[in-house]
Design a protein around this ligand. Structure first.
Ligand code: ADP
Ligand code: MG
Length: 235
């Protein structure tokens, strides 16, 4: 059944930046067919974890296995070819393209017109002929999610995709993400600051604090734990 087989398995992940320990001995399992949440206060190590999983940080400690294949030590393009796709917290969509041209370029595979239109409409992205330059930040972020889906990966890691979206738009995106595993065959690891979005989209969440996992489980239960509330205090 969906949601039982481990798709991504990371064990003992560690990253240091000089004296700063950004991640320490992190274990993470993303089951197949699910949208899993990763939350934590600013500086907890969420983006570092994304970088370590996807190979943007080289020489991270620990192992990363996707669908039974070892990815640690592999360069970004290998991990991406193996089915791991990530988006960036900072908007990286080039402004000189149309929406359609960007999606074709960023999908890293050849996509048909129908496929492109289907995913574009599914996420409510701007029309293919629109210019990226004319879009607001939120609409650009959606394009990254669309490109990730079009790449047909096994796992999509979204680093705060709702930054720049209005609250209602974030919830609408959550509703779309729930459909992604069954509709497109990709699991989702959703890194998000908006806890309402996480509650809506995720059956399970993992909480990072100061580079370590401090809690894991259903959102309602995890978010009620005192150590999780404490981690968010002063954030
Ligand atoms: P999050 O995404 O949860 O907000 P980050 O992964 O961006 O957290 O950062 C985790 C920690 O690592 C923070 O203390 C941050 O300052 C530090 N850090 C992140 N990237 C770098 C870097 N390139 N060089 C030095 N320190 C970094
Ligand atoms: Mg971050």
């Amino acid at each position: 059944p969906l949601g039982t087989r481990p798709l991504l398995k990371a064990e003992g992940l560690g990253v240091r930046f000089g004296q700063v320990v950004a991640l320490q001995d992190v274990d993470l399992v993303v089951p197949e067919g699910t949208v899993m949440g990763l939350i934590g206060p600013n500086g907890a190590g969420k983006s570092t974890l994304t970088d370590a999983l996807s190979g943007f940080i080289k020489n991270a400690a620990g192992t990363v296995t996707l669908d039974g294949r070892r990815l640690d030590g592999q360069p970004v393009h290998r991990r991406s070819a193996a089915g791991l796709r990530r988006t960036f917290q900072q908007d990286r969509v080039p402004t000189g393209l149309t929406v359609g041209a960007y999606l074709r370029f960023a999908a890293h595979r050849s996509v048909s017109h129908d496929e492109l239109e289907e995913v574009r409409a599914f996420l409510g992205c701007a029309p293919a002929k629109a210019h990226v330059l004319d879009l607001d930040v939120g609409s650009r972020r959606l394009l990254e999610v669309a490109a990730a889906i079009l790449a047909r990966p096994k796992l999509i890691v979204l680093d705060e995709p709702a930054a720049g979206l209005a609250h209602a738009e974030s919830l609408a995106l959550a509703d779309r993400l729930i459909e992604v595993p069954a509709k497109y065959g990709a699991s989702v690891l959703l890194i998000e600051h908006d806890l309402d979005m996480v509650r809506r989209a995720c059956a399970t969440i993992v909480v990072l604090d100061a580079g370590a996992v401090i809690a894991e489980g259903p959102p309602a239960e995890v978010l009620a734990r005192p150590e999780v509330a404490r981690a968010y205090l002063g954030d």
